[in-house]
Design a binder for this molecule. Structure first.
Ligand SMILES: O=C(O)[C@H](O)[C@H](O)COP(=O)(O)O
Ligand SMILES: [Mg+2]
Length: 299
């Protein structure tokens, strides 16, 4: 059973027990461009208390560089080397785990952030934001020529998903069993400023259905994401806390890595998901309403 936190001494115990704090972003720090109340104060308090701060997001629409710009715009201190996104994890996976030869290309369903991270790793990209593929014209298979160098299809959150991109990705995967099928993340939904929207998992679902094949996922809860962090940052898992709003990504990710986990209820998970007969089998160590609750420690 999860421990419910509400009293200042509950939060003081977290400060005593954990040195490294991993934060999910959508639904924990913000919803869209709306910062969740109290987040800036809590992060500043943690920095004053010399906590190591890491941001771990499955949202692949932005690169680490563009996350830094978002943090700056919201007035929250953050550094590029503290940010780990599933776009970065996918790029590291393609370049360093499957070692895609530099002559090969990746077909992308996704946005500029994913393209940027892939290019930073020296990966040639097709699709993505290319205007030719961002069309609502009907897809014509008769005139489509597959690029023989495409050896991977990478699928992330794409708010301009269309039939042409799905069809091209499908063709590459259908005709080449060796073509890598990679998902940055498989979140079914995500919390926007105005409510839930379909997430990256829902964007990639048509391909999974059409091909009857599951992609390799590089974001939370996969170990690829944790490996990316471990390659750059030293931390003791026993003194590390993962804070998230989704059970099957954030909390599962923390548990897979042997980290303590804190669920907040400002994103996709509702009270009814963790209590009652239909409660999830993924049980966080701690639950608090919002990250802003930790502000009591500043008083
Ligand atoms: O890709 C998605 O489905 C969403 O961006 C999702 O919200 C992931 O972001 P996170 O909560 O991990 O920051
Ligand atoms: Mg989240």
């Amino acid at each position: 059973m999860s421990a419910r936190l509400s009293k200042p001494e509950d939060y003081e115990a977290l400060l005593r027990d954990y040195d490294t704090w991993l934060f999910d972003c959508d639904g924990v720090l913000w919803r869209g461009d709306n910062l969740i109340e109290g987040v800036t104060d809590v992060l500043e308090m943690l920095r004053r208390r010399n906590k190591k701060i890491v941001f771990v997001t499955n949202n692949a629409t932005k690169s680490r560089r563009s996350y830094k710009a978002k943090f700056d715009q919201l007035g929250v201190e953050a550094h590029v080397d503290e940010v780990y996104g599933s776009a970065y994890a996918a790029a590291v996976y393609v370049s360093s785990v499957i070692n895609l030869p530099k002559t090969k290309k990746a077909y992308v369903i996704g946005m500029a952030g994913l393209e940027e991270e892939l290019r930073n790793e020296g990966i040639q990209v097709l699709g993505g934001t290319d205007p030719e593929d961002n069309t609502l014209e009907s897809f014509d298979l008769g005139t489509f020529k597959r690029d023989p160098d495409v050896a991977a299809v990478i699928c992330g959150l794409d708010t301009q998903i269309n039939y042409t991109k799905l069809s091209k990705a499908f063709q590459y995967l259908l005709h080449d069993p060796a073509c890598h099928f990679i998902a940055t993340n498989e979140d079914s939904t995500y919390p926007s400023a105005h409510g839930l929207l379909p997430g990256a998992g829902s964007v990639g679902a048509p391909l999974r259905y059409a091909l009857n094949k599951n992609p390799v996922c590089t974001g939370k809860p996969s170990s690829t994401m944790l490996d990316c962090i471990k390659a750059k940052i030293q931390f003791d898992p026993k003194r590390t806390l993962m804070i998230g709003d989704r059970l099957n990504t954030d909390i599962q990710f923390g548990q897979n890595g042997g980290l303590a986990t804190l669920l907040v209820l400002t994103g996709v998970t509702l009270e009814s998901d963790i209590t009652g007969p239909n409660a999830s089998s993924v049980v966080p160590d701690f639950v608090t309403q919002t990250l802003g609750d930790l502000r009591v420690l500043d008083k």
